[in-house]
Design a binder for this molecule. Sequence first.
Ligand SMILES: [Zn+2]
Ligand SMILES: [Zn+2]
Length: 389
Amino acid sequence: MAVLKKTKPRSTASSSRQAETVQPTAGAERTVGIAARVGPERAGAILRSSQVAMAFEALGDRWSALVLREVFLGARRFEEFVAATGASRATLTLRLRSLVDEGLLHRQPYQTRPTRYEYRLTRMGSDLYATALMYWRWERSYGPATELPPTLVHKSCGATVMPELRCRGCGELLTIESVRVEMVAEPDERQVSLPKHCLHTGANSWRENEQGPVHVVDVIGDRWTALVQATMYYGLHRFADIQAALAVPTNTLADRLRLLVQAGVLSKTPYQDNPPRYAYHLTDKGRALYLSAFTLHQWANRWLLRGRVAPIRLVHRSCGNAAEGMVVCDHCREELRAPRAIHNTMIAGETERDGRAHRWLDRPHHGAARRWAHHPPAIRVCRPTRSAV
Ligand SMILES: [Zn+2]
Ligand SMILES: [Zn+2]
């Protein structure tokens, strides 16, 4: 899509040069990248103990992802989550408890007799801001985006912003082609676990809605789907190699690959006729999702490693530094950061109005109205339609 091909002149040349060197020729290769060096099984063990796998574990399933999305859009209270997600009260209770246990949300009483609680982002949760912006970017470019603010305006410079992920070291745009995976430690087998959640059946599954538009939560809310995608980052493209890497049942893998192809995230190319065999590669749409995976990797580095040594690190090919990304305004290049104040969440405007961080405690939330009333700190939400961007 045009918006994702928009690059600053100084980075265009190197990005396309790198793309030439690493773009796989459909079906010709067996493994590339880290899988070519260590083999599919070991690459799979590394992947399953990697920071991104840890992050998906912490973020939970589709319902948890939906709750987090609503929190970033300003939801706080149980009834708001019920209305916005369509989840049952029992499901929501469990997911909210899990997000509190994982340290992403904390409960704050807003009423006594009876005591009622609001859910707010912790610092750890707020630190997913960069990832939330990358998901917004992807939905804006490739998804239906009906649930999300169509336009974001950077408060500092006043410009309509398309958040960009840039290397903190050299300032260039980070892309999947410009980042190399390096193995720095043996994968910790204790961390290698299979997905706990398999929400592919039942209400709100892809299977029921597979003709409909694909949201980010469809791609990240199912652990197998997320891991299958991530095998592409490691250079695994053939069914047998992906299966060996993830130790996933073949029917499950076939199912997820089919859905990812249907969603336009992966392409499928024959590499053998008899019997027919296919190789899978990320499309532009799939490669664009890498930006959120990258920010998740960094988030996991900060919050989930807890003293453990990560099996991989990411290196920016252009500058040779460990790839450290920052999400910036594409207009003024200022970094778009969540407030560092503890529990101040992502709501902007509150301190502008009265100088207090708790302004919103008194403010009622009303369905769609609160969607637009609350917004992340560095940006404000515009009501205009998408065509205004
Ligand atoms: Zn760099
Ligand atoms: Zn700006």
